[in-house]
Design a protein around this ligand. Structure first.
Ligand code: SF4
Length: 583
């Protein structure tokens, strides 16, 4: 079996990979994960990024990433690993699992390694983490096990300068690779997808037992701090018996102090046939875990400060208040409860970090000397920005729709593209010479910028709710779309040339005053967008969404309820505020 050679590169920059053996002349078997792909020359493994190059294993994603972003550590999620600190996060392409519900499928299933990737050596990443004051670097977005050599080399570079390393992984790794991979890490979040071999086999195309082996290994044979995430999927892995058996197993094999995160599913990739996880289901999982004896249990992807906060297992006092990724009350003194002095499991600084919930894209290549690079020069070229126009709605004022002239349309689109590119590259937008042809003075009720790549959504965010200038609306929407769409990774500089951009200007917000099924008649598909609100829940769908999906008015109303995490019949109720708008 071959271990990874020291940074030996093929001519195109791919790394001579490790963990493989020769099965017969020319054919090699990958020993990195339990899938054990058998590859003849030219074949790629299930993960797509490891391949047989003339009888040797090659890793095609060494030194390449989908882009870098600074996140709160709580987003990984890790709640007991230096709370409140920033973590420099990145991923590459490919995955060794085939989850039908994958929430990062555009990365994990990417087969466009060369076009997707930003180039950064391990040393550049460590230096960037230092420059930005990050406590750690996270190997995330796609499973770092399939790019183990890159993750290990980066972790070593980080350790040399005092930066911690965090693996966000499904834990599907072979015994021979487990120690080299995890010994390079300081912390991990392991995704335990279910407690059922049939679920693993049918829904993720993998196996449960190797994941359990990884968890027991981490507990018994490493110093890695780890937490467990379980994505709770309606009618798939949310049975009470399964949840109880899982918690029992965790308690017996990993102990009561490992934090467990129950996270809400949203329909994605090949699992669009079921709703988001109800909040009540997460609370049921939370209660089961607490009843079974787990000390630190959290719910994720929902608004729930009570169940996202940390409590002392001895005195039950509030230790760390969390609202999503934002810390509030902090009652830890180093690693001890400030109320009763009980030691709390995890890694804590004397004081919490103050990063908050922000998400900041970072351009690595522009910040560190290229002389440190071991990447071939032809792969360092920065992408040319060439974002293409897809569409633009031209109705613009609150009450009186107006038509933008062709030069105004071009100007608005140009501004959106410049702001997207600038935000993605971490620079200020260059708008000083921009001629808006008067469009910037127009008033709108909001704007959305939609970015697609090959018809797949790469980001869509907006600003709305009050009369604002068109320029303010478009600038804000483009900035958020580039970096803040919570459903998708931030845009990467190298994908800019492949993106199509649409701008939608919002106007004519009208409350729907009728109730019940009469509301169907108040909605005109193709003309109206919908905004719905009830209590803390609110959602919005642009007019084009109904058209693109071929929905009738009733389906459109049901879907906007889903978007707002409301029951699909909530649109009928008088207590639900419904507005139509033009866009
Ligand atoms: S790491 Fe990739 S190539 Fe290796 S066994 Fe797993 S899926 Fe196959």
């Amino acid at each position: 079996m071959s271990l990874p050679p020291q940074a030996e590169l093929f001519a195109d920059g791919a790394l001579r990979g490790g963990w493989w053996h020769v099965a017969e002349p020319g054919r090699i078997v990958c020993d990195l994960c339990p899938r054990e792909c058998s590859l003849k020359p030219g074949d790629r493994g299930f993960c797509f990024v490891r391949e047989n190059r003339d009888g040797e294993m090659a890793l095609s994603t060494f030194g390449r990433s989908t882009g870098f972003c600074i996140d709160p550590i709580e987003k990984k999620p890790l709640n007991h690993f230096y709370p409140g600190t920033p973590v420099l996060s990145f991923g590459t392409a490919g995955c060794n699992l085939g989850c039908q519900f994958c929430q990062n499928w555009d990365i994990s299933k990417s087969r466009e390694v060369a076009r997707l990737s930003e180039v950064a050596t391990p040393e550049m990443i460590a230096a960037a983490a230092q420059e930005h004051g990050c406590r750690s670097v996270a190997y995330t977005y796609n499973d770092p096990i399939v790019w183990a050599e890159y993750a290990i080399a980066t972790a070593a570079a980080c350790r040399a300068v005092g930066i911690k390393s965090v693996a966000v992984t499904a834990g599907y790794i072979s015994p021979s690779a487990r120690a080299p991979f995890f010994h390079a890490m300081d912390a991990a979040n392991v995704d335990l997808k279910a407690f059922d071999e049939a679920f693993y086999r049918q829904i993720t195309y993998s196996q449960l037992q190797p994941v359990l082996d990884t968890l027991t290994w981490l507990k018994n044979e490493s110093d890695v701090w780890f937490e467990i995430t379980n994505l709770v999927i309606p009618d798939a892995n949310d049975g009470e018996d399964d949840l109880r058996r899982m918690c029992d197993w965790i308690l017996q094999h990993v102990g009561d102090s490992v934090p467990v995160h129950f996270s809400a599913f949203h329909p994605d990739f090949r699992m669009q046939d079921r709703p988001r996880t109800p909040h009540a289901t997460l609370l049921k999982a939370y209660e089961i875990a607490r009843q079974q004896g787990l000390q630190f249990v959290y719910v994720g992807n929902v608004n729930d400060v009570e169940h996202q906060s940390t409590y002392c297992p001895a005195c039950q006092g509030l230790l760390i208040e969390r609202n999503w990724y934002q810390l509030g009350t902090y009652q830890l003194q180093s690693d001890r409860c400030a109320h009763c002095n009980t030691q709390i499991a995890g890694h804590f600084d004397e004081h919490p970090g103050t990063w908050g919930r922000q998400r900041q894209p970072v351009r690595i290549a522009a910040q560190t000397p290229q002389s440190q690079s071991s990447i071939p020069a032809d792969r360092r070229t920065e992408a040319t920005v060439s974002i293409q126009e897809e569409s633009m709605s031209t109705r613009a004022t609150n009450t009186t729709p107006i038509e933008l002239s062709a030069p105004q349309r071009r100007a608005v689109h140009q501004v959106a593209c410049e702001v997207l590119a600038a935000t993605t590259k971490g620079r200020s937008p260059n708008l000083s010479d921009m001629d808006w042809h008067g469009a910037d003075k127009l008033s709108v009720m909001g704007a959305f910028v939609t970015v697609k790549r090959h018809e797949r959504l790469r980001g869509c965010c907006g600003t709305l709710g009050q009369v604002m200038s068109l320029s303010e609306a478009v600038l804000g929407a483009a900035q958020r779309t580039a970096s803040d769409d919570p459903r998708l990774p931030p845009l990467s500089p190298t994908e800019l040339r492949h993106l199509h951009v649409g701008v939608t200007l919002l106007s004519d917000f009208e409350p729907v005053r009728v109730t019940g099924r009469n509301r169907i008649d108040a909605v005109t598909v193709g003309q109206h967008g919908l905004r719905i609100a009830r209590g803390e829940h609110a959602g919005l769908l642009l007019p084009s969404v109904a058209v693109d999906n071929g929905w009738d008015a009733e389906t459109f109303l049901q879907q906007v309820c889903r978007k707002a995490k409301l029951p699909v019949t909530a649109w009928e109720d008088e207590a639900t505020e419904l507005l139509t708008f033009a866009g």
